[in-house]
Design a binder for this molecule. Structure first.
Ligand code: PLP
Length: 379
């Protein structure tokens, strides 16, 4: 006997819903208490910010690091730092975090969209050559939903690269951390992210000139107008300390879920030697193989207390063609917009038992697909 899926009235697998994020851990609580006791917690620049920048520089093997107020500001600062300005072109994937597309516009530059890989719906370096022209000032690469973009193939083109690692702190390709491949790498410390401080971001520079330009842009005279605070830095330090262990635990949890081999729910595929990090776990959802529409699958998973969402909309669809240039067909990006489902990360650290329940519950939704489908016919 299989349990009745929650969407059909059975008991949810997780009656309390997905685990909260960020969790209240002793190391973070201690860091807040220490910042209070030391009296540094009201500041914008002080020992915690300095230590965080030093630790990030070590971990990311980068000569220069700047913290800032968000991942979005980090991407904007990075693009400006590599010289992007009005009228220039920035190449990025057509399946991307929308605010990156809008950031290119905010600078007055023009997004040039390339297609994504069929394997993991992340930027496909093979599509870049045709996209680069005389106005290209930068390539903006994000590693999304546990996918890893093969960075050597991107860097080989000789164009400045901004590597957005908001979704993958802890990821690596071979021995090198993601974030250290681009001319500038960026991180986000938003409240839902793997390194969470409520808000915040960082820039990782391989290039001295880019570092100086970003530093200048992030200051109005003596005012650091988009700074990370001492308190934010204080809560990030212990999280950075355990990032490696957490990355490994999350990857093991994802492997367990993928081992269930639920038809129609296929984990993104990465190049060998890459170590993904999971902020969202991206799957390619095939409604025919699974037996449910994507929308009904998402409702069924959420009814169980499992935090699944649809992926992004492809950037070129439903948007005026005057807002971008398409470099070639964007077929896979359109498919990504229709097929991606993503699991939010907190449950990956919730322990073996919870991960086991996630895997079995997804399989159980699949086994009951025809009953669910009959109860929720397409409108
Ligand atoms: C979250 C995110 C950002 C923006 O970070 P904020 O700190 O929320 O501004 C940028 N890029 C990607 C890929 C993200 O997931």
């Amino acid at each position: 006997m299989h349990p009745i899926p929650a969407i059909l009235g059975g008991p949810p697998a997780f009656p309390d819903g997905p685990p909260p994020w960020p969790p209240s851990t002793d190391d973070v609580r201690d860091a807040v208490a220490r910042a209070m006791n030391e009296g540094t917690w009201g500041g914008y620049h002080g020992p915690h910010v300095e230590e965080l920048e030093r630790r990030l520089a070590e971990r990311y093997q980068t000569p220069h690091v700047l913290t800032c107020s968000s991942g979005t500001i980090a991407v904007e600062a990075a693009l400006r730092a590599v010289g992007v300005g009005p009228g220039d072109e920035v190449v990025l994937a057509a399946y991307e975090y929308e605010s990156n597309f809008l950031t290119v516009h905010a600078i007055g530059a023009r997004p040039v969209l390339v297609d994504v890989s069929a394997k993991n719906f992340n930027l496909d370096p093979a599509r870049l050559t045709g996209a680069i022209g005389p106005k290209t000032k930068a390539i903006l690469v994000s590693h999304l939903h546990g996918g890893i973009v093969p960075m050597d193939a991107v860097s080989a083109l000789g164009v400045p690269v901004v590597e957005d690692c908001a979704q993958c702190p802890g990821a690596a390709i071979g021995p090198k951390p993601c974030g250290s491949f681009g001319t500038v790498g960026t991180l986000s410390f938003g409240g839902s992210k793997l390194l969470a401080a409520g808000r915040g971001g960082a820039l990782l520079f391989q290039d001295e000139r880019a570092y100086r330009r970003a530093k200048l842009w992030l200051h109005r005279g003596v005012q650091a107008w988009a700074a990370l605070s001492e308190l934010q830095s204080a809560v990030l330090l212990p999280q950075l300390e355990r990032l490696h262990a957490d990355t490994i635990q999350r990857a093991a949890a994802v492997l367990r879920i993928a081992e269930e081999r639920v038809p129609g729910l296929e984990l993104f595929e990465n190049a060998p030697r890459s170590m993904p990090a999971y902020y969202k776990v991206g799957f390619r959802f095939d409604p025919i193989a699974f037996g449910l529409s994507r929308d009904v699958f998402l409702r069924a998973a959420r009814a169980e207390g499992i935090a699944f969402d649809a992926g992004f909309a492809a950037l070129h669809l439903g948007r005026s063609p005057s807002r971008f240039r398409a470099a070639g067909p964007l077929t896979e990006a359109a498919r990504a917009g229709e097929m991606v489902v993503k699991l939010h990360h907190p449950v990956l650290l919730a322990g073996n038992e919870s991960v086991e329940i996630v895997a079995r519950t997804l399989a159980n939704i699949y086994r009951n697909a025809s009953e669910i489908s009959a109860a929720f016919p397409p409108s």
